[in-house]
Design a protein around this ligand. Structure first.
Ligand SMILES: C[S@@+](CC[C@H](N)C(=O)[O-])C[C@H]1O[C@@H](n2cnc3c(N)ncnc32)[C@H](O)[C@@H]1O
Length: 203
């Protein structure tokens, strides 16, 4: 019998140190690439372009965004806060949302849930890095995560990783999609990073 998506998340979270985090992040993105064909990616946190090179080089359509401006000779991308881009673009052009944040990806996820509708059976993926574990452990929940899960943004300290998992499932529910596979990994640096990929289909 197939286990529930929440149980899968609890049991299948691999741990990686910083050195191997790039490999772990790449592996999760390749899972999304295998699920979503054609592959139309919105990469909200472009950074140095490592994931673009390792995972999205064969994308059929790709738009990157970063607050840092790009220089002559580099690949063109949007410059600015990705939340503005996500509120402005036609999100129907993308089936993969890559949110490799240092901090919280939950504002972005909330915007996507409000603005992207999925056809029945349509394949999509979200691939995220969530660096909010420490805040969650101290009882401070990002407002957008609190809104998705239906908890107070001030709560007594608790199991952050579990709240992050609940957030992903709540995102699927409000987005009217069914999670088909959930992959996750944990980076054990000074700030605990949680990496996840959710492959889903529209309901
Ligand atoms: C962890 S790095 C991304 C690494 C990237 N995926 C790669 O492959 O190199 C985070 C990046 O997000 C950018 N950033 C932070 N907040 C942002 C926002 N609200 N909108 C767009 N970019 C943002 C930072 O400038 C930084 O380059």
């Amino acid at each position: 019998m197939k286990s529930s998506p929440l149980a899968t998340l609890k049991n299948n979270t691999q741990r990686f140190n910083a050195k191997h985090a790039v490999d772990a992040k790449t592996t999760l993105r390749l899972k999304a690439a295998a699920w979503c064909q054609p592959l139309n990616v919105f990469e909200g946190f472009y950074g140095s372009g490592e994931m673009r090179k390792r995972a999205w080089s064969n994308a059929d359509y790709w738009v990157g965004c970063d607050t840092e401006p790009w220089k002559a000779g580099q690949e063109p991308r949007l410059v600015g806060d990705n939340r503005i881009a996500l509120r402005s673009l036609d999100l129907g052009r993308f089936n993969v949302f890559d949110l490799d944040a240092f901090g919280s990806p939950w504002d972005q996820l909330l915007i996507i849930s409000e603005r992207r509708q999925w056809d029945m059976g349509e394949h999509g993926s979200i691939v995220i890095t969530d660096g909010t574990s420490m805040n969650l452990r101290l009882g401070s929940v990002p407002k957008s995560l609190a809104q998705l899960v239906g908890v107070s943004s001030r709560r007594s300290s608790g199991n952050g990783l579990e709240l992050q998992s609940q957030g992903l499932l709540a995102w699927c529910e409000v987005s009217h999609v069914r999670p088909v596979d959930i992959f996750s990994a944990r980076g054990d640096t000074c700030a605990v990073m949680k990496y996840s990929c959710v492959n889903f289909e529209g309901l």
